[in-house]
Design a protein around this ligand. Structure first.
Ligand code: SAM
Length: 229
């Protein structure tokens, strides 16, 4: 990272950043955003261009952007300082730690656009979206809230679908007949992200998947969902 980017990170963190160590309770987040508002959570935002568009579309919400990559966060800080919007705060933290620290039911919408695909078989265990992630997302989401993921790797789309299917509190929201199997969701409005553009340039197609947080009929075991069928 350049010295200029490093300096931006330090200078703008008090304005746009939250303490990477948390805590992530509703009380702390209200203090960080200087207001209480419905919470949108955007995970792995890269340079945050899509996050800024999402926050601009939803001025009524507080948008928490989570990203570990320091150069990306530095770019996002600079863009926010230049042009807002004001309803974003950035956590330069591990998304799994943030998810685990949120108050249950405190998130209205959770989005993960183009998580690292880890396409090699031996690296599949490194993928962000797994059963633990699905359980943590279900716990953080309010009933009626949504989990939205997008990927340009068909194998990861299948993997996501299998992993999230283990979570009884998340119900797929496909578009009937939207594809051959009817399980993909229609693309929600959002800009083409930097990573997505690379996939499109390489000839890959994009899958969006949306689940809605429901109240299951049977109570969920505290130890999480059972094994993958
Ligand atoms: C493939 S990039 C996609 C970036 C952006 N969403 C886009 O579509 O252009 C995935 C991003 O997720 C971030 N990331 C990966 N694991 C993460 C984690 N555990 N917590 C927070 N961010 C993470 C990476 O740093 C990277 O910027």
């Amino acid at each position: 990272m350049t010295d200029a980017k490093r300096a931006l990170l330090v200078d703008l963190a008090p304005r746009w950043g939250l303490d990477p160590a948390g805590p992530w309770t509703a009380v702390e987040l209200a203090a960080g955003f200087a207001r209480s508002a419905p919470l949108h959570l955007d995970i792995g935002v890269g340079d945050g261009a899509a996050t800024r568009a999402w926050a601009a579309e939803h001025p009524e919400a507080s948008v928490l952007a989570v990203e570990l990559h320091r150069p990306g966060v530095s770019t996002l800080f600079a863009e926010l300082e230049a042009d807002g919007p004001d309803n974003i705060r950035v956590a330069m933290a591990d998304a799994c730690e943030v998810l685990a620290g949120l108050d249950p039911g405190s998130v209205d919408h959770l989005r993960v656009l183009f998580p690292d695909p880890w396409p090699k078989r031996r690296h599949v265990d490194r993928r962000l979206i797994d059963r633990g992630f699905a359980a943590a997302a279900a716990a953080a989401l309010a009933p009626g809230g949504t989990l939205h993921v997008a990927t340009d790797w068909d194998d990861y789309a299948d993997h996501m679908r299998t992993m999230v299917a283990t979570e009884p509190r998340l119900r797929p929201q496909p578009q009937p007949g939207s594809d051959g199997e009817g399980w993909r969701s229609p693309r929600p409005p959002r800009p083409v992200t930097a990573y997505e553009q690379r996939g499109l340039d390489a000839g890959r197609s994009v899958t969006d998947l949306v689940w809605i947080r429901i109240e299951p009929v049977e109570p969920v075991e505290p130890n999480g969902p059972g094994p993958v069928a």
